[in-house]
Design a protein around this ligand. Structure first.
Ligand code: ZN
Length: 454
């Protein structure tokens, strides 16, 4: 057992802002928190806030960022982007995927995230054949998380069909496809992988109602009775129309009617909902997994946040396609999309409250729940995953309390992230990941090869 004592001059605790906070850490977990304590142990500089759990990532897509910004001959939309994504993953080896994921996870830490829920669907080789180890690619994601030092929730993804009504997969989907039995073998392998990674958790990810039918979903849930369940739902209007045509119900409506959706579920995006779906999803206790930068990038639409929050709904944020690995930017975009949609300001805050604080605390609670890990608060029993903001950054200097959060989230972004502790260990110092040079050099070599092969 290894123990350490950290002294935080300012910290955001569950009960609010505190000064001179002594945090005792044992084996990566917070054993005790005492405010107004005399300096003792390692004295950290900065404003301590809980590191944000990133509840939705497809790590390999970091390498695709910026490669789909040229308009084709006709209308461009999510489905055109998806074809570009399929071409990109068609050239990725396991080594490539690991190098890209390591770089993405490093950037997440530098951007103020402390954990990542990896929604992992890239299982097979480029021809669709299984690797000798069916968990080859999942193991690469775990290795990337270990190298970067980020907390991992591994979400192996079940993908059985190409579209609704059990349509066969297209060529671009061959790397994703498993039958239920093969998937349950993969799940067992993933359980062993996660057991070897401190603080990691295992969940499952039926990809979407496009890719998984009701029978497969029921079999999956029977085999995985506890732990996080993540599913993409209602990201695109065409998906809603296809679901209506195939089932007579909309995606969120169908899930709520046919699956035991509760607090262990995370519905990723949930963009296109009726008012009744919005209220019912909130009442289920499930987390809405919002990916604001990706949803803006892909032209998905705007999540109905006011109705969802009014009904007591919980949300977290994810980076999804990984075009922006910055916790502040995702929270800012979440709020800004609401402003564009409602023609109001500070939509996610209660009257009189700081919007930055409301965004951060909402996403911490929902992100922790969706990740299935003990993280998201500076409190006993939680992982010691802590971000230290730079009090001397021009957008934070001279401010205090919630105004620090508003300066970080709405203005400074990752430039204000000075240090990140994961399980108490420093993974980012002075804004730089401790292994940045090696991880970046490997990523650059990998991308040179991948881009040449495209
Ligand atoms: Zn996704």
């Amino acid at each position: 057992m290894t123990g350490t004592v950290l002294h935080l001059p300012h910290a955001l605790l569950p009960e609010g802002w505190a000064r001179n906070v002594r945090v005792t850490v044992r084996d990566g977990v917070i054993a005790a928190v005492v405010a107004d304590a005399p300096p003792e142990g390692e004295r950290l500089a900065g404003i301590a806030v809980p590191a944000l759990p990133n509840l939705h990532s497809h790590a390999f897509q970091r390498g695709l960022a910026g490669l789909s910004e040229r308009r084709g001959a006709g209308d461009d939309d999510f489905w055109v982007w998806r074809e570009t994504m399929y071409r990109f993953l068609g050239v990725l080896s396991p080594e490539d995927a690991e190098a890209i994921a390591t770089f993405a996870y490093m950037e997440m830490l530098e951007g103020g995230f402390g954990g990542v829920a990896e929604f992992h669907y890239l299982h097979h080789d480029p021809a669709g054949g299984p690797y000798a180890d069916p968990a080859e690619m999942a193991g690469r994601m775990a290795a990337a998380a270990a190298t970067a030092g980020i907390g991992l929730t591994l979400l192996p993804c079940l993908y059985t069909h190409g579209n609704f009504a059990a349509a066969p997969p297209g060529a671009g989907q061959r790397r994703f496809i498993n039958g239920t039995d093969a998937f349950l073998d993969l799940l067992d392998r993933c359980r062993a992988i996660v057991a070897g990674l401190p603080g990691a958790a295992l969940g499952v990810a039926p990809h979407s109602l496009r890719a998984v039918g009701p029978d497969q979903l029921a079999a999956l849930l029977a085999a995985f009775p506890a732990g996080p369940v993540h599913i993409h739902a209602a990201e695109q209007q065409r998906e809603v129309a296809d679901c209506l045509a195939a089932t007579g119900q909309r995606p969120v409506e169908f899930l709520l009617a046919h699956a035991p959706v509760d607090a262990r579920w995370c519905l990723v995006h949930a963009t296109h909902m009726t008012a009744a779906e919005t209220r019912s999803l909130a009442a289920s206790g499930a987390v809405a997994g919002l990916c604001p930068m990706t949803e803006a990038s892909l032209g998905d639409g705007i999540f109905p946040a006011p109705g969802f929050l009014a009904a007591g709904g919980r949300f977290g944020v994810g980076t999804d396609s990984n075009i922006a690995l910055d916790a502040a930017v995702e929270l800012r975009q979440l709020e800004f999309a609401q402003r564009l949609g409602t023609l109001r300001r500070n939509v996610l805050a209660a009257p009189g409250a700081s919007c930055g604080r409301a965004l951060l605390e909402g996403a911490l609670a929902g992100g922790a729940r969706a990740s299935g890990r003990q993280t998201g608060a500076i409190a006993p029993g939680q992982r010691a995953d802590i971000v230290l903001l730079d009090p001397d950054h021009p957008d934070l200097a001279g401010r205090t309390g919630d105004a620090w959060l508003d300066g970080w989230i709405f203005i400074a972004g990752r430039a204000a992230v000075r240090e990140v502790r994961i399980g108490g260990a420093a993974m980012v110092r002075e804004g730089r990941h401790v292994r940045r040079d090696a991880i970046r050099a490997r990523y650059a070599r990998t991308m040179a090869r991948v881009l040449a092969a495209l």
